[in-house]
Structures are given as C-alpha cells and as structure tokens.
Design a protein around this ligand. Structure first.
Ligand code: SF4
Length: 703
C-alpha cells in the first residue's frame, strides 16, 4: 500500500502571492509543508487559485540560501547570472553572521560617514510583512539619514496612487473587490484578474451570473472578456482618448450627478471644459472604439444604481499613467459612483503586501500613513517618535536611484526581498548600475539576479517561516503565521533588519513582532484601533480602524473625502503619446505582464514544482498574422530586440493582443524581457512605461 503523509500541524495563514489576500491553512509535517487548503477568509471564502494552492514548495527548494555569503576577493560583478548552486561558491564564500553583518553594515556606514547620507539607498519589499516594511524604512530614515527608500509599488500603482491622493486624498481602494456582487455595472480596465487576481476574478464572474453587467476595456483580450456584456478592445496607449469621450457623453447628455458634484467636489468646470473637445466621433478613430459603443457604455455606467471600476497595470504603467487614473476618478466623481456599497474605485493591488508596505512608509516622499516628509508637522511627529533628526528632503524613487548610481551620487545599497535586476525597466542599465556600487547588500531567500551582483548576501526567511501582518488590496490587515522554521543559518527578516540597524549605530530592541506593530499603531492613525489580540482572534481587520473596538470601514468616502475641505477634486487630462512609438527600425509594440502560473520575477514560482511544470519556458505571445509575416511556426524561437537589449524566447500563437503587439511575461531569467523595456517615467507617479515600447522581432536565436 501507499503510506500517506498526514500533517502533524495545521497553521492558519495567508497566501504569499497576490493582493487578493486569500486565507489558507498550511498542513505541516516535520518542518515541511505537505499541502495547502483554502480558509473562509473575507476575501476568498475558501477559494484559492493555482498559485495559492500549489505554490508553496519553493520554501523547501534545494537552492534556498542557508548561509551568509561574501563575494570573493576580486570576483568581478559581470558575467551571466547562474542558478547552478555549484557555481555560487565560485563567486561567493560562506561566512558567519557576525562577519557578514559587520562587513555589510560596516561598509554602508563607511559610505554614509565619508560620502554623506544621500550616498545610500534602500529597497524594501512588498512581499515582506508590514512590520518588516516599517522597520526597513525606519532604518533608512534614521540609520542612513535620508528618504532614499522605495519598493516595487513604484513599478505598479505609483501613478494610480498619485492620482488618488491628489483627487480624493487617499491612495487605497474605496470599496472591497467583493462589492462587485452588489454593483449593477462593473468596469474592469487595464487588468487581467483571471491571471493576476484569480480569486477576485471568480467573484466578478459570480456577479455577472447574478446579473451584473461587466464592461471589459483592454487592448489585450483576456478570459474575462467571455463574461463581458461589452468588450472594448481599445488601441494600446489611448486610454485618455477613450475615457474623455465617455465623459463627454455624460456631460452632453446631462447624465452627471449634479448634487454630488456641487456638494462633494471641486474643479468640475475645468473638467467639463476639457472633455468638450473629446467627442466620441472624434475619438473613435484614435481609440478604435466606435462612437455608439462609447455612448452606450458611458450611459450604462452613469445611470446604473451602482457602478464600480477596477483597474490594473494596463492603466498605470504608462508615462501618462497618472492621467489615465485621473480620468477614472473623474468618471466616478461626475456620476456620483463612489461612497456607497457596489460603487467606487479599486486599483487592484498586485503583491500580497504592496498596500501595507506603502502604508508603512516604504516610499521616498511619505512617512507611514502617507504623511509627507516635507510637511514640518509630520517631520516633528516622527522625530519625536523615533528620537532622531530627520531629513525633510523627499528621497529618490526606484528608477531615479539607478540613475543616481550612474551619476555617482549613490554608492551603497541595501535591498531586501526585491529583484530590480529583473523587475526594473531597461534592466541591462539597472544591472550595470547595481554592479557599479561600492557596496551592495542583498537580503533574500534565493540567489536572485540582483543577489548575484551583491557584495554580501544575507539569507532570509520565506513567507511561511515568519509571523507578521499583511494588508490586502481591500485594506484588510491579516495575520500571516509562522508554519515552519527557516533552513540552515537563514534568519527571519525582522531579526536581520535589526542587526543591520545595530551595525549602523541604532539601538533597537524589538522582541516579538507585535512590538513593532504596536509602534506602528502609535504613529499610524488609520490602524490605531487594531490590536494584536484582535488580529490573533479574528485573523483580519479592515482599516480605517481608528479606535479600539471600531468595526473597520470596508467602504469609505461615504460622507466626505480625506482632503483639506472634505471635497474631491477633478483633474482634467489630455492625450500624451507613449514615450517610444514604433518606427521603421522597431515596428512592433512590446507589452509586458504576468502569467497565471508565475509570480513577478519568478524567483519563487519557478522553483515550485507544479507551477514550473505548467509553464517551464520563456514565451512570447505573438499574433498569428505576425508569426506568418515572420515565417515562424508556433513553438519556434524568435529574437525580440529594442534599442536597449535583446532576448530570445519561444513564440506562442496568441491573438489576445492586436497584430503588431507582442506580449511577454517578465518572470523568465533566461529571457529577461525588462532588458528591452523603456525607463521613461510618468512625471507624477515616477512609474516606468512597461506597457509600451518599440521592438522588432526576427526568427531564430538561442534560448
Ligand atoms: Fe493567492 Fe491571489 Fe491566488 Fe488568492 S488569488 S490564492 S491570494 S495568488
């Protein structure tokens, strides 16, 4: 017979992948996760997607970092990254924690003391807990002495957050995903939830089955289109034209909510004047959607009892990402479709804790809870809380930090759990910049492409190896509980950050993770009422939860907006083209994104047996007409090239994108597509244009 492995321990926790924040249970035996089950959490009610259910065994992968590593003397930071564990020790030597921490912290301290506080920068992680994010930004602000701290929110929703803070005073969602079940109309724009927020997509499909009208707007067709009442396959890069045309209809047909505009907003006249120039007839040839459809969708959205908008990276990752989001906000405000259940604005947050990491201050212009570093009152508050003088100058963002390294201004970095060598735009440039640092410390669970360029590598803990809070896309603060121990000499991230802080001269002495959370509560109004005991008991509490005993508010802006005068602000937007348009040399458009089976730069899911078996090779999704033009059959290798780099990968026939646009997931280290992407930034959110750059594709190449 077959001996069944039965768990000796069941630990309730949360999924480590996406912002939906599904609750799950780890079934553990002998420090090994055997399997995962869905739990009845507020966001998932027992459901899990393929990543949540099968994506756990990366924690047990033989390539886990188990010992601190120090780069061998004279070993150049060049050459191709390797995942071969035997070759790791050609480049690095094993070290004790004492030696590694002294070198890592000591080198950064030397740079700070000799070159000044602005010569250092840190990237924290949206994969870490709220407590890790909070301590990491506190270390940079009080130990490095500057605000040069950022994380991957800069690469996903920075533009949405810029527009939301400006327009309605809060960067978080107004309503939870589950509100789609109460909405009459749901617009999903620039997002592919079936792939990137799979359990959220199931709630959308359930809503459709119960009668909700789903409008999907995306240049790339996704699975959700099959469930849509209308699908608007607008031309890439024309969001503002399409959305302004809809607003034009709402204004000219007097479908605006005049009471809402009068009592709760400012700046409407300016918006009305601006959209007057965007008739559906004039915009139809630009965005590729006929005028009648634009009119129909605008009427439907404006006149329903409850309309909700959810959006993703297709909106945000453009040089006009902030303008795209401004249009969505204006659409909701002019029709009063916000502030009630089944309405509102929901930027679908990507990483499991990108909301929480941003809330905790892992951004260069804000202290925790979005208190601006250049606001003297906020500075005084945190100086008192942390007992040190703080720098009032906003820090640099992710891509700006790479440019500052180039310019010689930044000489040392501490990167925790992020992989900019894969995730940054123009990755060849990012890698060269990281390699040129005087000192790079990387804290991670695998030898990532970024760790490969480090001077010191600190082996950290995987999600299931630690306890902490994580905030999902719905503003739900949830408890992730430790299920297994880290392997070998690997340590918990909270311990490592504190050791690094000590090396920089800070005297920290946090014991249990709840002590960090308690400090956060004291400085963050929005979570002030959430106690650790309640998290232990309930597992999840939604913020704002200001006072102990408050229920928490899943739907916000019911009476006013958190701006000075309580009113939201319309901000008009005009068409700004992509930074790099196709031309004779580079005639195609590259769109980057994710796949259902893999997570971001692939460091976890490509080391997960089931997920990697499902999608093992780097692929480009190419329209059959483009394949035919190239004389390439599906499955053959093609080479894609931009002005910044080239990669070879397998061509897959796929007509989701229009002919002329190629889609490539960014998770494959063998064909790191961000070598090709454009680092041009949105001026407000400082987000790069991952969703549009000019490329050419040719048959052949070597994967
Ligand atoms: Fe995890 Fe997101 Fe899938 Fe839920 S939907 S199981 S949170 S990856």
């Amino acid at each position: 017979g077959v001996a069944l492995d039965l768990p000796d321990k069941r630990v309730d926790s949360v999924c480590p992948y996406c912002g939906v924040g599904c609750q799950l249970t780890y079934n553990v035996k002998d420090n090994k996760i055997l399997f995962v089950e869905g739990r009845d959490g507020p966001a998932n009610h027992g459901r899990l997607c393929v990543k949540g259910r099968y994506g756990f065994d990366y924690a047990h992968h033989p390539q886990r970092l188990r010992t601190p590593l120090i780069r061998r003397e004279g070993m150049p930071k060049t050459g191709d990254f390797t995942m071969d564990p035997d070759r790791v020790l050609e480049v690095f030597r094993e070290a004790t924690w004492d030696e590694a921490l002294a070198l890592a912290g000591g080198s950064l301290k030397r740079i700070r003391d000799t070159r000044g506080k602005h010569a250092l920068a840190g990237f924290g992680s949206a994969k870490g807990s709220n407590e890790e994010a909070y301590l990491f930004q506190k270390l940079v602000r009080t130990g490095f002495g500057s605000n040069n701290v950022d994380h991957c929110t800069r690469l996903c929703h920075a533009s949405s957050v810029a527009a939301l803070l400006e327009g309605i005073g809060s960067g978080a969602v107004s309503n939870p995903v589950m509100d789609v079940t109460q909405a009459e109309v749901v617009i999903v724009i620039g997002a592919n939830p079936t792939v990137n927020h799979p359990v959220a997509a199931t709630w959308i499909k359930n809503a459709v089955r119960a009668g909700t009208k789903l409008i999907v707007c995306d240049p790339r067709r996704s699975d959700l289109e099959r469930h849509a009442h209308r699908y608007l396959q607008f031309k890439p890069d024309t969001d503002v034209a399409m959305l302004n045309a809809m607003m034009h209809v709402i204004v000219t047909e007097r479908l605006v909510d005049q009471d809402f505009i009068a009592s709760r907003t400012i700046g409407y006249e300016e918006l009305e004047k601006n959209v007057a120039g965007y008739s559906p007839e004039a915009m139809a040839p630009i965005c590729g959607i006929d005028a009648e459809t634009l009119r129909y969708v605008a009427r439907l959205y404006a006149t329903s009892k409850g309309s909700m908008i959810l959006w993703g990276m297709g909106v945000s990752q453009h040089v006009h990402g902030t303008d795209n989001a401004r249009c969505l906000i204006a659409l909701a405000l002019m029709t009063g479709q916000v502030g009630r259940p089944g309405t509102g604005l929901h930027p679908l947050r990507g990483q499991n804790n990108v909301q929480g990491a941003s809330d905790a201050g892992l951004i260069p212009m804000m202290y925790p809870d979005y208190q601006r570093v250049d606001n003297p009152a906020a500075q005084a508050k945190f100086e008192q809380a942390w007992g040190v003088k703080l720098d009032p100058k906003p820090g640099l963002t992710v891509v700006e930090i790479m440019d500052a390294i180039d310019a010689g201004a930044i000489r040392g970095m501490y990167i925790m759990g992020e992989n900019p060598a894969m995730s940054d735009p123009d990755a060849n440039h990012a890698r060269a910049a990281l390699a040129s640092l005087e000192h790079l410390v990387v804290q991670d669970i695998f030898l990532t492409e970024t760790a490969y360029l480090a001077d010191v590598i600190l082996p950290a803990s995987a999600f299931a190896e630690k306890t902490g809070t994580f905030t999902n896309t719905d503003r739900l603060v949830q408890l992730g509980r430790q299920a297994i121990d880290p392997p070998g000499e690997a340590r918990q991230d909270l311990w490592i950050i504190q050791q690094m802080a000590c090396q920089l001269g800070l005297e920290w002495n946090y014991g249990h993770v709840s002590e960090v959370f308690d400090e956060m509560r004291r400085t963050m109004h929005s979570i002030g009422g959430i106690t650790w005991d309640r998290l232990e008991r309930d597992g999840a509490v939604v913020y704002p939860c200001v006072n102990e005993g408050d229920a928490g508010q899943p739907v916000v802006f019911t009476d006013d907006f958190p701006r000075e005068d309580g009113r939201a602000r319309f901000v008009p937007a005009d068409i700004i083209p992509a930074n790099e348009r196709p031309d004779a040399d580079y005639p195609l458009v590259l769109i980057t994104g994710r796949q259902l089976e893999h997570w971001h730069t692939g460091s976890m899911t490509r080391r997960t047996a089931v997920l990697d078996a499902l999608e093992p090779d780097p692929v480009a999704l190419v329209h059959p007409l483009d394949l035919e033009r190239m004389g390439v059959k599906p499955g053959e290798v093609i080479t894609i090239e931009s002005r910044r780099g080239k990669v070879a990968l397998y061509a897959r026939a796929d007509d989701s994108s229009p002919a002329g646009a190629i889609f490539v997931p960014f998770c494959y280290y063998e064909a790191a597509i961000n070598r090709l992407t454009n680092a041009a930034l949105d001026p407000f959110g400082k987000i790069p244009e991952f969703k549009y750059c000019a490329i050419r594709a040719t048959p052949g190449g070597e994967v």
